[in-house]
Design a protein around this ligand. Structure first.
Ligand SMILES: [Zn+2]
Length: 129
């Protein structure tokens, strides 16, 4: 019998699928950081010219459902193997018992046309204990 299960193909889709599996296998934030009671993230994406993009967002993370591998997709649809991984930033913030952490992170992905994807994520983590 033919396998009719559809999988997206191409390097971007393959990478995304791999990361999705990695996230799925990780434990929840609640399990990983029992003393963390709330987490709010504010995100702002900037492109290589440092123009602020419209995609700003702020939300309260559901610690029961969110995974401890804490990552966000790069908004550049041509970007491959990029994305922003705040896993370490969250872990360090909790370890140091910090309530506010702000930072910038450059995307390490590449695009076919322009080479390096130079998107930057500006993030703020607000933590409650
Ligand atoms: Zn990117």
């Amino acid at each position: 019998m033919a396998n009719t299960f559809h999988r997206p193909t191409g390097p971007r889709a393959e990478y995304q699928e791999k990361q999705r599996q990695r996230v799925l296998k990780s434990t929840s934030l609640e399990n990983e950081f029992p003393r963390l009671k709330s987490l709010t993230v504010k995100l702002e994406y900037h492109d290589s010219e440092n123009r602020e993009k419209r995609n700003r967002l702020k939300y309260m993370v559901n610690l029961t459902n969110a995974k401890s591998v804490f990552r966000f997709k790069c908004p550049n649809s041509e970007c491959i193997r990029g994305d922003f991984d705040l896993t370490k930033e969250v872990a360090e913030a909790v370890r140091k018992h910090r309530t506010t952490v702000t930072g910038k992170m450059g995307c390490r992905g590449t695009t076919i046309k322009k080479g390096r994807c130079a998107n930057t994520l500006h993030y703020t983590l607000l933590l409650g204990y």
